[in-house]
Design a protein around this ligand. Structure first.
Ligand code: MLT
Length: 264
C-alpha cells in the first residue's frame, strides 16, 4: 500500500485488527525486515510496517533528511490511517526515530519497544565514519554498503550458516537509493543526545538487545533500561544487531509478553 504523506509517497503494510503496533526498520533496510513479526503477530494485533522515507518502495527525494522529519512521516501516516495511539517498535535507526517521535508526539505513544538501539548521539569519529560511508555509497553504490554493513548487522554464525538470511539482508540494502542512504547518514550524524530524554519517557517500555550486538551493545541497552522509569530489559541469546531476523520467535514472544502485561 502507498499513501501520500508530507509531499512524498510512503509504502507500508497494514494488516490485522486490534491494538496497532507500528514497526520502524533499521538503516539501511526496509519494511520487509519485519515479515516474521507480521506473520507472528497479525492474528492478534493490527500490524503496520513502514518503508521510511528513502527506503524500499517509498520515495527517496534528493534533499535533507532528519529524524524529526521521519517521525513526522510516521505520524502523518497514522493520521491518514485514523490511528490515534499505537505501540511503536523501532530497531536501531528505527529506535533513534522513536526518540524524535516521543519528543514531538508523546501523546500518540501507548508503549515503546526499543530494540538494538542507543540513546547517545554519535561521537566525532562516528560522524566522520557516516561521512565516509556516504562517499562510499556515492562512488561504489549500495552493494558496497552491503559489504560494510552485513558483518555489523548479523552474527558470524548467521553469516556462515544462514546464506538465505544474508541474501535477504543484502537484497534489502541493495534496493535502496543513494539519496536515501546518504540522507539517513546525515540524519543520524545530526541526531541529538537522547540520554536526557530517557527519564521523561513515562509509557511502558521494553528494551531488547542481541547478546552479540556490536553497533549497539548490551551496555547501551542497559543504560536505557536503567534510566527509563517504566522499562524492562531483555537480552536475546545468539543474536547480533538484527535480533528480530536472527531470533524471530524470541523477539515475537517478547512483544506478545510486553503487550499483554501492558493491557492486563
Ligand atoms: C542501524 O542498524 O539502523 C544502524 O546500524 C544504526 C547506526 O548506524 O547507528
Amino acid at each position: 500500500m502507498h499513501a501520500q504523506i508530507n509531499g512524498i509517497s510512503l509504502a507500508f503494510n497494514d494488516q490485522g485488527t486490534g491494538l496497532p503496533i507500528v514497526f520502524l526498520h533499521a538503516f539501511p533496510l526496509n519494511r520487509t525486515m519485519w515479515a516474521d513479526q507480521e506473520n507472528g503477530l497479525v492474528s492478534r494485533f493490527r500490524v503496520i510496517s513502514i518503508d521510511l522515507r528513502g527506503h524500499g518502495e517509498s520515495d527517496a527525494p534528493l534533499w535533507r533528511y532528519t529524524l524529526d522529519q521521519a517521525a513526522d512521516d510516521v505520524i502523518g501516516l497514522l493520521d491518514h490511517l485514523l490511528i490515534r495511539q499505537a505501540i511503536f517498535v523501532g530497531l536501531s535507526m528505527g529506535g533513534y526515530i522513536l526518540f524524535a517521535l516521543y519528543r514531538r508526539y508523546a501523546d500518540r505513544v501507548k508503549g515503546l519497544v526499543l530494540a538494538n538501539t542507543r540513546a547517545q548521539a554519535d561521537t566525532a569519529e562516528g560522524k566522520d565514519a557516516r561521512f565516509q560511508m556516504a562517499q562510499t555509497a556515492y562512488k561504489n553504490g549500495p552493494s558496497a554498503i552491503a559489504d560494510i554493513m552485513i558483518p555489523k548487522l548479523l552474527s558470524p554464525a548467521s553469516i556462515q550458516a544462514r546464506p538465505e538470511l544474508v541474501r535477504r539482508v543484502r537484497m534489502m540494502i541493495e534496493g535502496n537509493h543513494i539519496s536515501g542512504i546518504a540522507g539517513d547518514l546525515m540524519a543520524m550524524a545530526e541526531r541529538p543526545d537522547s540520554t536526557p530524554l530517557l527519564q521523561q519517557i513515562t509509557c511502558p517500555t521494553q528494551v531488547i538487545v542481541g547478546e552479540l550486538d556490536l553497533p549497539t551493545p548490551p551496555s547501551d541497552a542497559k543504560l536505557m533500561a536503567d534510566q527509563i522509569p517504566n522499562a524492562s530489559l531483555a537480552v536475546i541469546p545468539a543474536a547480533a544487531h538484527l535480533s528480530n531476523l536472527e531470533q524471530p520467535d524470541l523477539f515475537n514472544d517478547l512483544i506478545r509478553t510486553f503487550v499483554s502485561t501492558m493491557t492486563r
